[in-house]
Ligand binder design. Structure first.
Ligand code: SF4
Length: 378
């Protein structure tokens, strides 16, 4: 079953999306963990997290973004300009960071030049950078505006019951992902970091009901087989910029490491907190999504994020931390430097690397750095 997830993680489109579209279903793309995607599910549509997988040129991305910016949103725009996102019925842009915010204007402009590259429904979802009473109200308003814009554009109604049902399903998936987390962080490690990433990435691109079933079956079989893969390998934690690339994880794990924990947004950050099912659905959703402050896009929570790292290091008995950032990712690039200073001072070996998102053109250099870090870990 892991192979099914790995195949899906290596491509943009997949058979589940094709089947969904074939039966008349709609697909809405989004880029970031700060969008309450349960709203899309409750509308009867498929939430699909944007990726830049399979990009081989940046001719479109460079034209609109310019060269000095994170390659992740550029790769997304590139694929859109090439028509590879034509299966989308809509897109929601979330300002995870300034590069992502610029995806909104760049995609709109590219849409004028590349026929059919801009989905019919295109919405900007604002997200505050602090958690205060007024910002929670603002976020609630944004969520209502988003819900109403979907209702209006697609001529449908999103009921509270449907939102509550979506919250139940998503919470169920989050619990299963926490169970998968424990299969990595315990004494025996039953799946690699790259396999876990493949499972997570696939889950952001397929109907969530089918995903829950597949995921549960996969965990059952991993637990039944109980095959420990940790023997003789260094236990690592991966921190920093967005990563949906199993190839990048493979490079790290082929060097004798095993990624037993992470704090990435395609990883731990996507499932770490549940939505309160006893609260009024929309309110509960907005609270969960705004208050998970693990991303450096949220201002003033560095100490909280450091605490999360310390807890993960302790729980997963991590030997070393890899702090990576995509080139020009100011948020993770700057925070990684402070993490390195504070964790090294506590005796936790860290390695900081900068990389490009996309084809692993820098594999040789990365491999050399990782090999050197493995030597340091002994
Ligand atoms: S990796 Fe950094 S710059 Fe790129 S989209 Fe994410 S937060 Fe923004």
């Amino acid at each position: 079953m892991i192979d099914t997830f790995r195949t899906m993680a290596r491509t943009l489109n997949n058979p589940f999306v094709e089947k969904w579209k074939g039966s008349g279903g709609k697909v809405i793309g989004f880029p970031c963990t700060y969008l309450p995607e349960e709203i899309i599910h409750a509308a009867g549509m498929l939430p699909f997290r944007f990726r830049g997988v399979g990009t081989t040129s940046l001719s479109v991305g460079d034209t609109y973004f310019g060269p000095v910016i994170c390659s992740f949103p550029k790769c997304i725009l590139q694929l859109a300009g090439e028509g590879r996102y034509e299966f989308l019925d809509g897109a929601v842009i979330v300002p995870g960071c300034d590069s992502m915010r610029r995806l909104d204007e760049c995609w709109r402009k590219a849409g004028e030049d590349y026929q059919g590259s801009l989905p019919g429904y295109f919405h900007y979802f604002g997200v505050p950078h602090k958690v205060t009473d007024y910002s929670i109200s603002w976020f609630e308003e944004e969520t209502v505006i988003f819900k109403e814009s979907l209702e209006q554009y697609f001529d449908l109604t999103i009921t509270d019951d449907a939102v509550a049902e979506a919250i139940g399903l998503y919470n169920g998936i989050r619990r299963l992902l926490c169970r998968m987390d424990r299969l990595r962080t315990g004494d025996t490690v039953l799946l690699s970091g790259s396999d876990a990433l493949a499972v997570l990435v696939a889950g952001s691109a397929m109907p969530r009901g089918s995903y829950r079933e597949l995921l549960e079956g996969t965990l059952d079989s991993l637990e039944r087989e109980a095959r420990d893969i940790s023997e003789g390998r260094k236990r690592l934690m991966l921190v920093g910029s967005v990563n949906d690339d199993v190839g990048f994880m493979d490079v790290i794990e082929d060097s004798g490491g095993l990624i037993v924990a992470d704090t990435l947004c395609f990883g731990f950050r996507s499932y770490a907190d549940l939505v309160d099912e006893s609260d009024e659905p929309l309110k509960a959703l907005t609270r969960r999504y705004l208050q998970h402050s693990y991303c450096p896009r949220m201002f003033g929570y560095y100490k909280d994020r450091l605490q999360v790292l310390r807890r993960r290091i302790r729980e997963a008995r991590v030997d070393g931390v890899i702090l990576q950032n995509i080139r020009f990712c100011d948020l993770h690039g700057s925070e990684n430097g402070i993490f390195e200073r504070d964790l090294e001072a506590e005796g936790v070996p860290c390695m900081r690397i900068e990389r490009e998102y996309g084809p692993l053109v820098e594999t040789g250099r990365l491999k050399m750095r990782i090999d050197a870090f493995m030597e340091r870990l002994g």
